[in-house]
Design a protein around this ligand. Structure first.
Ligand SMILES: [Zn+2]
Length: 127
């Protein structure tokens, strides 16, 4: 699960310069089974610091905690993250590359409800 993107050209461009990149990725990682499509706009906001604005559609297979059936959940989401060369930051620029799937994964995990339901009125397992 990772996709590194070389941003050398962006880093050597003037502040404010941005590039848009396509994302089309399947994520299979521990509990997550998702397909992600969309794009990320990466902007050079400071020396050695870029802003990544994600605009993606997430389609994931979840298992209902009540009836145990699998169902598909689709959602559009927008969020942004800063990447820097500061090793203390969550997302870093390493060798002029950034990794764009980890923040998407983190976003999916952070949005997972504590209790997953196929629908609010799910009757549960029929006996
Ligand atoms: Zn259910």
């Amino acid at each position: 699960m990772n996709e590194k993107i070389n941003i050398s050209r962006l880093l050597s461009s003037e502040i404010g310069y941005s590039e848009k990149l396509k994302i089309d990725k399947n994520i299979h990682e521990s509990d997550i089974d998702a397909k992600v499509t969309g794009d990320v706009k990466v902007t050079n906001i400071q020396v050695d610091e870029v802003l990544a604005e994600f605009n993606i559609k997430i389609s994931q297979i979840l298992v209902c905690d009540r009836c145990l059936n699998e169902f598909e959940q689709k959602e559009d989401t927008n969020f942004s993250e800063v990447y820097s060369k500061n090793l203390e930051d969550d997302y870093q620029i390493i060798n002029n590359e950034i990794e764009i799937i980890k923040p998407v994964y983190d976003e999916i995990v952070s949005k997972l409800p504590i209790k997953v339901l196929c629908n609010e009125n799910c009757p549960g397992i029929k006996k």
